[in-house]
Ligand binder design. Structure first.
Ligand code: MLT
Length: 235
């Protein structure tokens, strides 16, 4: 297996990867983590959409769906859920369809849609994800959602962890080698401390979402690996 990492969706689209690769979309803070929490709590499916208007339009196809997402990290007026993983409890999401729009996470998912499989990854499901990917014969592209076209430290470090865990059985691209080195050498065993210095973690904490940040930086707490296929995320 060959592992590449794209630090933004724009980087991924520019490279025109062949469509027989597997893509893993990583938006640690917070879309990937919230999607994984929702699926672990029995959500039936999540339909990611780019805009608020798309969300309202898609609701016509799913009459009972919950609308979810954020802008500037805050819940969208009139929507049922924001983007905090704590909102996606079993009581709220079990057997539900959720239509979700977030600033970066759902954009990255749409960018990856042509890959042979598109999985959702984060620290919270890293072990389950790596077990699923360990035996694949396909090349792997780890796609960081980033922040509006810019590098995000938390996504890069999560892909570094994934590359590190898969590296005994894989050839790493230069970006994967760099992310792995960032995870191992820059973090020196304490990636949480490094991520707390990042701009999005600081912004979320300042905005009242410090508990979300702490939750999203827990490692290997969910066994579930959601997959995005035909426009819908399922477990
Ligand atoms: C996003 O998709 O941009 C993020 O998940 C933003 C957030 O922290 O809510």
């Amino acid at each position: 297996m060959h592992i590449s990492i794209c630090f933004t969706p724009q980087d991924y689209l520019r490279q025109n990867f062949r469509d027989d690769h597997i893509a893993v979309v990583v938006d640690v803070l917070r879309a990937s983590s919230s999607i994984i929490a929702a699926m672990a709590n029995g959500c039936r499916q999540i339909v990611p959409v780019a805009t608020l208007e798309d969300a309202q339009t898609r609701r016509r196809d799913y009459a009972d769906a919950l609308l979810a997402g954020e802008r500037q990290a805050f819940p969208i007026p009139g929507f049922n859920l924001g983007n905090s993983p704590f909102e996606y409890s079993r009581t709220v999401v079990a057997d539900k369809t959720i239509i979700m729009t977030t600033t970066n996470g759902t954009v990255a998912l749409k960018a990856a849609a042509e890959a042979v499989n598109v999985y959702i990854g984060a620290f919270v499901n890293a072990a389950a994800l790596c077990s699923k990917l360990a035996e694949t014969k396909h090349d792997l592209v780890l796609l960081c959602a980033g922040t509006q076209g810019r590098f995000s430290l938390e996504d890069a470090l999560c892909t570094g962890l994934i590359a590190d865990r898969l590296s005994s059985n894989a050839k790493l691209s230069d970006t994967a080698l760099a992310a792995r080195a960032m995870y191992n050498d820059f973090c020196c065993g304490d990636f949480v401390k490094r991520i707390m210095e990042s701009s999005h973690a600081a912004y979320l904490s300042k905005s009242g979402f410090a508990d979300d940040v702490a939750f999203c930086l827990k490692t290997d707490i969910f066994e579930i690996v959601p997959e995005f296929s035909d426009g819908v995320i399922t477990a």
